[in-house]
Design a protein around this ligand. Structure first.
Ligand SMILES: Nc1ncnc2c1ncn2[C@@H]1O[C@H](COP(=O)(O)OP(=O)(O)OP(=O)(O)O)[C@@H](O)[C@H]1O
Ligand SMILES: [Mg+2]
Length: 505
């Protein structure tokens, strides 16, 4: 019998998941394991790449077992991943030389300032589509080479490899030190600051300015083609690994946003809205990123404008873990529903500065508008509203850049289970918010990319046909009230600027 399923590995910021999908695009079985968030000091965020690899193998094994499947039942494997997070490892030992430096980590601010010099944050933008920021991989690699004993010498001898976690997982799955392939896809490469956004090749000048030897960089391939086959150690011997998409691009793919002008917004650790702009890169004038959306085999690449918000779901985790406000992230809705409004409180979670549309590394979080009236419930509500307000800012930027107003927003990710948030989101945007039946669109998109490469699915039309609406929220807020609240939000944001002085850590 031919294989009936496709496996997706979603190596995320907080966890790794393995999900087995059916031909109809529904979830057959899955497994998920969280990994440690390592905070060595304020602003630093690391993951242990060995722990991530162990977890990936484990979730693959569990997902197959739960579905009563073996690797023979799997037609192809797709990988999707937290983007930008940088892993540097030794190609001869297979050992990382340092922990992975996570996308949220801000330790590279001085490297970024130095690289920008008199030209500032826009220096590389026309070449790579991105402003200089701590968010992207290149400066993180430079930090490792500058700061880890012996790393630069090893890199110059050609002994080190760099990759986002897609490359790290793929290299390990395909054999590691024993013949593993060192490859990334165009969407991940577009987040390094090292790839030319128009030609999809590494930019040697920028790599040289960041003092990163070219030998460290993975080969750039499309998002949907066979890169190699799994080996025993990856639990899936002989199965083709045939799709890679960065998590946000994967969600865009899984949401069937194939037409120019279609968009999705994912509510996870952070929020990421991507708008398909077709086969030409569009430069943003409003604080959005130009990024590769996907490339299927030899077909022309498709681009997107992206609004990246660093902190949304992680603010809920922060209330849970750092303040102990509740046990489970979903309980935030219970508290928020106990009150009708935010009580005047606005919570701007600029924990790693502000990303889109501001790009202000000097900002830090603020909870403003406090009076003795404000209680725990108002704060829970303000934290949820922060996600919706930040999304409104990004949507406004999208509309301004594209010149067309989006008429509805497809949403996905962990936070879209929150009905209070979804209604408030529709109210603040004044557009319909639509949730699909399969909310795991990130894994789904990676599965589709892999399945299309091996002929399990025929192409984008299958993705469109399988997509189905679950629920729709329609705006019900008065215009004047919407604008009043949004104005106060903007005022709150302005209070977070200029916090970081050179002597603030
Ligand atoms: N009911 C809920 N209400 C509000 N927030 C929620 C709810 N359920 C989950 N969250 C938040 O959603 C986030 C998890 O969503 P999701 O699983 O999509 O994250 P993710 O970004 O995919 O994780 P990763 O970064 O590992 O990929 C967490 O930050 C959590 O705080
Ligand atoms: Mg995710």
């Amino acid at each position: 019998m031919t294989a009936q399923y496709v496996l997706a590995i979603d190596q995320g910021t907080t966890s790794s998941r393995a999900i087995v999908f059916t031909h109809a695009g529904t979830i057959f079985s899955s497994a998920q394991i969280e990994h440690d968030q390592i905070f060595p000091r304020a602003g630093w965020v690391e993951h242990n790449p060995d722990q991530i690899w162990t977890n990936v193998r484990e979730v693959v094994g569990i997902a197959l077992t739960r579905g009563n499947l073996t690797h023979d039942d799997i037609a192809a494997i797709g990988i999707t991943n937290q983007r930008e997070t940088a892993v540097v490892w030794d190609r001869t030992t297979g050992k990382p030389v340092y922990n992975a430096i996570v996308w949220q980590d801000t330790r590279t601010q001085s490297i970024v300032d130095e690289l920008g010099g008199s030209e500032g944050a826009e220096k590389y933008k026309s070449r790579v589509g991105l402003p200089l920021a701590t968010y992207f991989s290149g400066p993180k690699v430079k930090w490792i080479l500058d700061n880890v004993d012996g790393a630069r010498e090893k890199a110059e001898r050609g002994d080190l490899m760099f990759g986002n976690t897609d490359s790290w997982v793929l290299w390990n799955m395909t054999g590691g030190v024993d013949g593993g392939v060192h490859i990334t896809d165009v969407t991940n490469a577009s987040r390094t600051m090292l790839m030319n956004i128009d030609t999809l090749t590494w930019n040697e000048d920028i790599a040289a300015e960041m003092t990163i030897p070219m030998s460290m960089l993975p080969e750039i391939r499309s998002s949907s083609e066979v890169y190699g086959v799994g080996r025993e150690r990856g639990m899936v011997p002989g199965v083709p690994i045939a799709g890679i998409l960065g998590d946000q691009q994967a969600a865009t793919f899984g949401q069937a946003c194939f037409e120019k002008g279609t968009a999705k917004n994912t509510y996870g650790t952070g929020n990421f809205m991507l708008l398909n702009t077709g086969t030409e890169p569009v430069a943003s004038k409003n604080g959005l990123l130009t990024t590769v959306c996907y490339k299927i085999g030899d077909a022309p690449q498709v681009y997107a404008l992206e609004g990246s918000i660093a902190v949304t779901g992680s603010l809920i985790q922060w209330l849970r873990d750092n303040l102990g406000m509740f046990e489970d992230a979903r309980d935030v809705e219970y508290y928020a529903r106990k009150v009708e409004t935010n009580g005047g409180a606005y919570f701007v979670p600029a924990f790693s500065g502000l990303f889109a549309p501001y790009w202000r590394p000097d900002a830090r979080g603020a909870l403003v508008g406090l009076t003795r009236f404000v209680n725990k419930n108002h704060i829970a509500r303000a934290a949820l509203e922060a996600t919706a307000f930040q999304t409104r800012e990004v949507l406004d930027a999208m509309n301004a850049d594209s010149g067309v107003d989006l008429t509805e927003l497809k949403v996905d990710g962990g936070m879209v289970a929150n009905e209070l948030l979804m209604q408030f989101q529709a109210d603040i945007l004044d557009v319909d918010v639509v949730r699909p039946q399969v909310a795991e669109t990130t894994a789904l998109g990676a599965a589709y990319a892999a399945g299309i490469a091996v002929g399990f699915w025929n192409g984008e039309q299958d993705v469109i046909d399988n997509w189905a609406e679950d629920k729709r929220w329609t705006p019900s807020m008065e215009n004047s009230e919407r604008e009043r609240q949004y104005r106060l939000w903007k005022k709150a944001v302005s209070k977070t600027f200029d916090w970081v002085d050179s002597d603030v850590v």
